[in-house]
Design a protein around this ligand. Structure first.
Ligand SMILES: C[S@@+](CC[C@H](N)C(=O)[O-])C[C@H]1O[C@@H](n2cnc3c(N)ncnc32)[C@H](O)[C@@H]1O
Length: 528
């Protein structure tokens, strides 16, 4: 909606596939204008870097007011690069370079760096050289996987001149995820972070609406050690941002302001900008006292490894080579999943089987595996690392599943059918014996369905755009829950009575009268 005409025209010409390949999602003009304004706050702004140039919306904004800037832009896709070159043809002071930003230009520093970086998962297995270079240059250690945008941000902070300003728009996910810890640590260590603005618009103003965005404003100026967090929800709130940029190094309100050294890179930063639900309750304990959450089975090639009845018949794969397995969370509508539910899915030809080809002694299974090899399924990232390539992860069927992505709060499902699950759900394994003698699965599960539990878990979620919440297994393992052992025996009995009613009356637990009654008991006992 706020796309300027250049971006708009490009979007019409380039295929969505091409744009996705390069993460070509454009910054809305009002946001680009604010970011340019932050850079202009550096009175000595002369050299500017745009690390992911696209069509140069930031440079266009900057040049409106400062024609004499010396701008350098990096772009990796020659398609958009040529379009940008055409547009900036007559601008002598704009130097566009068709190169990967992460592998080049480490030696140069800038007065201003402004960027909407590409969002890609970044695994160290396919980027060994780049990883090494980043680790050496930034004197840090990257582990496993991260997301390219955090690496862009790290590098840009490293490239700031004295008094240099940096403005990035990135998904807010890094604030609350494991892979974000490194960049958070670096922001604290360099004392360059000044403002984090978390944008949670109800309407989709961003071109790519899959994530909530945040603006990261940094300054390498030693003027202050304060960091302010601001939440904005409508385009009108942008005025507030404009104000906080213009009064820097002063800070407007006194709320949500922290000294750099008070920030902890290990924790979710959500607690600095969003009121935590758990503060409303007393007697909270780690969820991991009660249960352990692991991700579901990852096959590396779901199309190949999953079966419905028809496919099994077609390939003559016998049921003894197939594990009953939930492959898609949409197939599970209720909070209680039993054998009848499984049979229903099976007879309706849903994909509810997983190939279990251990000790292959069957010609049809052998042939199917050979077909897989012909298609290169054995060479995929996960399958290539397994021995044999078609073996599946060995984990017991989980008695409780929990949804990974949620629009209406976290969803738990009691799996009494003993069915396995792919990564569409995480597995919840209650610690039945160890922690408290009187573990009662019914009370535990009833608790998981209450709003109280949902609210407390929400403190540990990652937010995507449009109210979409995501939980990784460790978000849940590190979450809190009420210490149910402290419930008076009478209330425990009452809860048990209510959950039996809930189970017997309707198997759809959501918005269930009995669950709401359980919520009331919990509130009476635990609410502060
Ligand atoms: C999210 S878009 C932002 C475009 C523009 N700056 C804006 O804000 O509207 C990211 C741009 O970076 C480019 N890009 C992707 N990977 C890159 C890399 N490694 N080095 C430089 N540019 C890259 C993409 O082709 C795309 O044009």
């Amino acid at each position: 909606m706020f796309n300027s005409s250049i971006e708009h025209n490009y979007t019409k010409l380039a295929s969505l596939e091409h744009r996705k390949k390069y993460a070509q999602f454009f910054t809305p003009q009002p946001i680009a204008k604010l970011m340019a304004k932050w850079l202009s706050g550096n009175k000595k702004l002369h050299s500017v870097l745009e690390p992911a140039f696209g069509l140069g919306i930031f440079s266009r904004e900057l040049l409106l007011h400062r024609q004499n800037l010396k701008i350098k832009g990096f772009e990796i896709d020659d398609n958009i690069f040529n379009a940008a070159k055409n547009y900036f043809n007559s601008a002598q002071n704009v130097n566009l370079i068709l190169q990967d930003y992460m592998c080049n230009d480490w030696q140069n520093k800038y007065d201003g760096i402004v960027c909407n970086p590409p969002y890609f998962k970044f695994h160290d297995y396919d980027n060994k050289n780049t990883i090494k270079e980043i680790e050496t240059k930034l004197k840090c250690h990257l582990n496993g996987f991260t997301n390219l945008y955090t690496l862009f941000l790290l590098k840009s902070i490293h490239q700031l001149n004295e008094n240099g300003r940096c403005a990035y728009t990135v998904p807010s996910e890094f604030l609350n995820s494991d892979y974000g810890k490194l960049v958070k640590k670096y922001l604290i260590k360099t004392k360059t972070l000044r403002h984090i603005i978390v944008i949670d618009f109800e309407e989709n103003v961003f071109d790519d609406a899959t994530t909530t965005a945040s603006l990261i404003l940094c300054a390498n100026d030693n003027i202050t050690d304060k960091v302010q967090f601001t939440n904005i929800e409508t385009m009108n709130d942008l005025k507030e941002i404009e104000n906080l940029i213009s009064i820097y190094p002063e800070y407007s309100k006194q709320s949500k302001i922290y000294s750099s050294d008070k920030l902890n890179h290990e924790v979710k930063w959500k607690q600095y900008y969003q009121e935590q639900n758990c503060v409303k309750y007393k007697n909270l304990v780690p969820f991991s006292n009660y249960a352990k959450v692991s991700r579901g089975i990852a096959t590396g090639a779901n199309e190949f490894f999953t079966f419905n009845l028809e496919k099994a018949k077609e390939r003559s794969i016998k049921e003894r080579f197939l594990l009953p397995c939930i492959c898609k969370s949409v197939n599970v509508k209720k909070n209680y999943f039993d054998c009848n539910d499984f049979e229903y899915l099976k007879t309706n030809n849903k994909s509810v089987f997983l190939l279990n080809a251990k000790k292959v002694d069957d010609i049809n299974v052998k042939n199917y595996l050979l077909k897989g090899q012909e298609q290169g399924i054995d060479k995929k990232y996960l399958t290539a690392s397994r021995n044999p390539w078609y073996s599946i992860e060995n984990r017991p069927a989980a008695p409780i599943w929990v949804s990974v992505f949620n629009r209406n709060g976290i969803r738990f499902v009691r799996n009494v059918a003993g069915v396995f699950n792919l990564t569409t759900f995480h597995c919840v394994y209650p610690k039945e014996q160890d922690l408290f003698n009187e573990f009662n699965m019914d009370i535990f599960f009833a608790y998981l369905l209450t709003d109280t539990a949902r609210n407390i878990f929400a403190d540990n979620s990652r937010e995507y755009g449009d109210g979409l919440q995501k939980f990784e297994p460790n978000d849940l393992n590190n979450a809190k829950m009420l210490d149910l052992t402290l419930l008076p025996p009478k209330d425990k009995e009452k809860i048990l009575f209510l959950c039996n009613k809930a189970k017997n009356n309707v198997r759809e637990y959501n918005d269930n009268y009995f669950i709401r009654e359980i919520d009331k008991i919990l509130n009476r006992n635990f609410m502060i």
